[in-house]
Design a protein around this ligand. Structure first.
Ligand code: GGG
Length: 361
């Protein structure tokens, strides 16, 4: 089998702490399953690089990583030094857009040993597997268009505006992906996140395209909720959901809320995919750089590790993905006695948990 080249960009804050554990476990899986991987590490896409060079990434970033099979990404953002919207648009959002990573796939699953903060209606705790959903987030347009501007800055006449862009091509391809994913799942249930009562031009269009696409998938049970009540349903009956498809902004919000309902966003992974494989896809934890806990080595590395498993799956190694996932479940199970980070009730370090998963693999 040919060598697969992985571009590794740890980025900012806890990205620097969780990435070594992600690489450790992906490397261990590669050895176990005979996958020939080469990790190429880059120090850019970080505030450290920006401080020296005045920008988050070198001008030739596309040449440097465009030939890789995948990008393994940590976190971006150092708000003490640079506005988040500047750092994001100089790195992560450029990857998503310029590499046409139009699907952002984010699973949320209740794992063994983690107490979900959302209990059942009768007050009993939810059990592992009871929450098991995928959020499919549109990843290149929508509310993240960056089209707009300011006029009359600093005056009484100041105006600021920003457009939401939806293209038929962009909407249809993410809906199609979501229907295809639902088709493969046992429940065959797809929920559409909308807000067409208030956002009366783009969101009705999103709903129309959803209804049109649904006609091609008669075997899929569909429903549609406005984003406000949908967030309430996530908290009150997360077990109802299977696959949820959402615009860029709504998908971002739901994919923090979904994992939060499973106890911690520290374990949540994210695959920014270019399914056409014209460009490399990018795999990252859902969480950001978390400056408040950076430097303590207490961040949960599972989001990064699980993202690494999704990367291996995308590269054609489902066996390695499944092995990492079942090892994470085994290690999280209280019976394992394995170390846990503070977000899941333990006192262990990032490194200890990463090493425990690699060893159990
Ligand atoms: N590991 C991903 C990361 O650093 N995310 C920071 C963030 O704020 N992302 C916003 C987004 O995903 O739209």
């Amino acid at each position: 089998m040919s060598k697969k080249r992985i571009a590794v960009l740890a980025g900012d804050g806890i990205g620097k702490e969780v990435m070594p554990e992600g690489v450790r476990v992906v490397d261990a899986a590669a050895r176990k399953f005979g996958i020939d991987l080469q990790f190429d590490t880059f120090d850019w896409s970080s505030w450290d690089y920006c401080e020296k060079h005045g920008q988050y990434m070198p001008d030739n970033w596309k040449d440097l990583v465009g030939g890789h099979d995948a990008i393994f990404f940590g976190a971006v953002g150092w708000p003490e030094k640079i506005a988040d919207h500047t750092s994001l648009w100089q790195s992560l959002l450029l990857f998503r857009r310029d590499f046409d990573q139009y699907i952002n796939l984010r699973p949320a699953r209740l794992m063994p040993g983690i107490i979900a903060p959302v209990v059942r209606r009768d007050g009993t705790p939810r059990q592992p597997g009871e929450i098991d959903m995928y959020i499919v987030r549109e990843n290149t347009e929508g509310e993240y268009s960056a089209v707009g501007g300011r006029m009359f800055n600093g005056t009484e006449r100041e105006i600021v505006m920003q457009e939401t862009i939806m293209s038929r091509h962009g909407v249809d391809r993410v809906l199609k992906f979501a229907f295809e994913l639902a088709q493969k799942r046992a429940k065959k249930h797809l929920t559409c996140a909308t807000k067409s009562n208030g956002i009366a031009i783009t969101m009705p269009y999103w709903d129309e395209r959803f209804a049109e696409m649904a006609r091609k998938y008669p075997g899929i049970k569909t429903d549609k909720f406005h984003i406000d009540i949908l967030t309430a349903h996530f908290v009150q009956r997360p077990d109802f959901f299977d696959v949820v498809v959402a615009t860029n902004l709504f998908g971002d919000i739901l994919s923090d809320l979904g994992p939060a309902c499973t106890g911690t966003i520290g374990i949540a992974p994210s695959a920014n995919m270019n399914p056409d494989r014209t460009f490399p896809s990018l795999f990252e934890p859902v969480h950001g750089s978390a400056p408040d806990i950076y430097g303590k080595n207490i961040a949960n590395p599972i989001g990064q590790i699980w993202a690494g498993a999704m990367m291996l799956d995308f590269l054609g190694h489902k066996d390695a993905h499944d092995a990492i996932l079942s090892t994470i479940e085994k290690v999280l199970d209280p019976k394992s006695g394995a170390p846990k980070t503070p977000d899941i009730g333990g006192k262990a370090s990032t490194t200890d948990l990463g090493k425990a998963i690699a060893a159990a693999l």
